[in-house]
Design a protein around this ligand. Structure first.
Ligand code: PBG
Length: 329
């Protein structure tokens, strides 16, 4: 009872505050997403993601060395696929010498200890900008899941440590895990985007990879038949428990800030690591406000990352990881 208890006693100095701090972010928590393009000596800034770039393989090599030197030990690879290689069958996704497969080998050659995670989804390879095969206005689930499993296997063969399916087809974790086991890839991890919402915050990412759903007749304009409804909370637990049963090692909630209630729900109920993806639109919002001088960029970045971890994330994929580790070191 006041004045026997004065809560402000524990806030009197930075030394005191740091002594009682419940959550700290460290470089160990972070996954750096990386966008890869064909070509040489390319470092292209993404218009809607200021100070974030697509790298050609030669510069990717340098970038991962820099990340490693900063203490960042995992990367999540995405590729921008040339238009002429896109189709409605994921053909190029299965090319053992495709850009993703070469990118995995490049990272492993450059920094062998770096943990390499790969995006497994068809949208960068899809002529229609969807995460699966499109037929008669629908995204075909089971055929897509089978291709995703093959795609994952091809990444594993290239040296990927963790496959990260971001597509939200039903049963794809089971398909992928079964194929990996059959083929002897017992140690390849799966980080499932298990509670991935149909969010408007993915816009800048689709600019980065030129992967937005195309506007054409009989092609769904959005991803609402496979990604989750932002209004749903209970469903996130159902999705996540199923992915764990099917063999996921790590599960993910995406986007970040708007979905921290989901992160905490899961944290209270499951016992495997939870990843959170702070997505491109979240990055763009902070950059835009900071450019106008309306927010303190660095402070907001650290506050958001801390909040994500406090909610229950074991790890965070974020376009701010380089900024963050420089700020906390
Ligand atoms: C697609 C994919 C998306 C992101 C990661 N993988 C976009 C989408 O679902 O349309 C978004 C990441 C971001 O916005 O940063 N498989």
């Amino acid at each position: 009872m006041y004045p026997l208890r004065r809560n402000r006693r524990l806030r009197t100095s930075e030394a005191m505050r740091s002594l009682v701090r419940e959550t700290t972010i460290t470089p160990n928590d972070f996954i750096a997403p990386l966008f890869v393009v064909e070509g040489k000596n390319k470092k292209e800034e993404i218009v809607s993601m200021p100070n974030y770039f697509r790298f050609s393989l030669d510069l990717l090599e340098k970038e991962v060395k820099e990340l490693w030197s900063l203490g960042i030990k995992s990367v999540l690879l995405f590729v921008k696929v040339p238009d002429n290689l896109k189709d409605n069958a994921g053909t190029e996704a299965l090319n053992n010498n495709g850009l993703m497969q070469r990118a995995v080998r490049t990272v492993k050659n450059s920094v062998p200890e770096m943990l390499v995670m790969t995006d497994v989804a068809l949208d960068p390879y899809s002529a229609y900008g969807h995460d699966g095969i499109v037929s008669e206005g629908k995204i075909i689930n089971d055929d897509t899941a089978a291709i995703l499993a093959e795609m994952g296997l091809s990444h594993a063969k290239a040296g990927a440590d963790i496959l990260a399916p971001s597509d939200m087809m039903d049963g794809r974790i089971f398909e992928m895990r079964s194929l990996l086991e059959d083929e002897g890839f017992h140690e390849t991890g799966i980080m499932s985007y298990s509670a991935k919402y149909a969010s408007a915050f993915y816009g800048p990412f689709r600019d980065a990879l030129d992967s937005a759903p195309v506007d054409a007749e009989n092609i769904p304009k959005d991803k609402r038949t496979y990604q989750m409804d932002p209004a749903n909370r209970e469903e996130a637990l159902k999705e996540t428990l199923m992915d764990i049963e099917e063999g996921a090692d790590i599960v993910m909630v995406k986007p970040g800030l708007c979905y921290l209630d989901i992160v905490r729900d899961l944290k209270n109920k499951i016992n495997i690591p939870i990843a959170v993806y702070q997505v491109s639109g979240e990055y763009a919002m902070i950059k835009a406000a900071a450019e106008k001088g309306w927010l303190d960029h660095d402070a907001v970045v650290l506050e958001q990352l801390t909040a994500i971890k406090r909610a229950g994330a074991s790890m965070i994929a974020s376009y701010f990881v380089k900024d963050a580790v420089k700020l906390i070191s």
